[in-house]
Design a binder for this molecule. Structure first.
Ligand code: SF4
Length: 365
């Protein structure tokens, strides 16, 4: 049986230094010095589970987790807080951007440090973790706002916290009557699946709320046998899992790579929910493809694979103005009640006239 000790030991075996990466031949010896400034700016953590695959040449994993010198090239458009969390932070640890839900960020630690992370200016630094008096204020904020229907635990990665700490947080949230849904945003099911222990499952099931997990995975290879078992364990225990991905250059920026990612997700009962265009975080230009190409890629999925496999394509407007779902197909009203639709099968424009409900009710009166 997987115990809490096992996952903590596995986490401790992740690679966190340039020397360790060099010893495993993930970077050249000369890069230990060349990449020092990158390491000083953005921490490294490569999960034990992916070490062998990266050594064997899995570039989709290597590009996500192995540092590169491009990360300290900052463009003027890139921001420390690309999605404007600070603008919507009424008290420390809470982001209240949309009326019915808040982000609650108790920790900035993760099981991996992704090179494209949109919170890379904060993650890995435990000094940003919520102190207990601030956690109390954050919980009181949720209590005092009866419009908050959903609490999204994020960070960092909330599932790196121990069961004991999670239990304290969950019991506080569970006691708030108007909160009906608790969602975890986590990369843990793929990077540290041993964390999905029986005791964690019992803890998640013990609340009286609807619990959801949005699992972050960007390539089909992240659905390892271990990850599949962890996902099945969550789902079999009544905890639905959504897939959240980022569209990343040379990682999943082809029709084929996206199709295999979304198909393997559905085959494992994980619903593709969002695919994000990379946020304008500092030093992440190497991960972006032109937005126009990104739209075409996502558009190419509709009509090719089952609708079950297709996520919303999302952009978080820089500065904190919210998420928008990008429409990949056009529906245009050309004259009263007559619409033009672009066929997802061959791109032809089809004109359809819809009877207008109100006009008919006039006729029948
Ligand atoms: S796991 Fe999430 S929060 Fe942590 S580094 Fe990766 S993208 Fe950022």
């Amino acid at each position: 049986m997987i115990s809490e000790k096992n996952w903590a030991q596995e986490l401790a075996k992740s690679l966190i230094s340039l020397n360790q990466l060099s010893e495993k031949a993930m970077i050249c010896e000369s890069e230990v010095t060349e990449l020092q400034k990158v390491k000083d700016t953005f921490d490294i953590r490569v999960p034990q589970l992916f070490i062998e695959d990266i050594i064997q040449g899995n570039t989709a994993l290597a590009k996500q987790f192995i540092p590169s010198k491009n990360e300290i090239i900052f463009l003027p458009e890139e921001l420390e807080d690309p999605i404007g969390d600070a603008r919507w932070t009424p008290v420390e640890g809470i982001v209240h951007r949309y009326p019915d839900r808040v982000l609650f960020k108790p920790t900035y630690l993760c099981g991996v440090y992704c090179r494209f992370c949109f919170r890379r200016n904060k993650v890995s630094d435990a000094s940003h973790n919520l102190k207990s008096e601030n956690a109390k204020t954050a919980i009181n904020y949720i209590k005092d706002h009866s419009e908050i229907w959903e609490v999204i635990l994020t960070g960092g990665d909330p599932l790196v916290m121990t069961d004991k700490v999670l239990q304290e947080i969950l019991s506080e949230i569970a006691a708030i009557d108007h909160v009906k849904v608790i969602r975890f945003h986590s990369r843990i099911p793929s990077v540290l699946p041993s964390r999905i222990t029986n005791s964690l499952i019992q803890l998640l099931k013990s609340t009286n709320k609807s619990i959801w997990i949005a699992a972050h995975m960007n390539s089909a290879d992240e659905f390892t046998p271990e990850a599949k078992i962890a996902l099945a364990k969550l789902i079999d225990n009544g905890i639905p899992v959504l897939l959240q991905s980022v569209l990343l250059k040379e990682i999943n920026d082809t029709h084929e790579t996206l199709v295999s990612l979304f198909k393997v997700a559905i085959e494992n009962r994980v619903k593709p929910y969002y695919i994000h265009y990379p946020d304008l975080a500092k030093g992440t230009e190497q991960f972006r493809i032109p937005l126009k190409k990104a739209i075409e890629l996502v558009k190419g999925l509709r009509g090719t694979i089952s609708g079950l496999c297709i996520p919303h394509f999302i952009i978080d407007i820089p500065g904190g103005s919210g998420k928008i779902a990008i429409n990949t197909h056009t529906a245009k009203e050309c004259k009263n009640n007559t619409w033009e639709f672009e066929s997802p099968l061959d791109g032809t424009i089809i004109t359809v006239q819809y009877p207008h409900g109100d006009e008919h009710s006039e006729t029948f009166r």
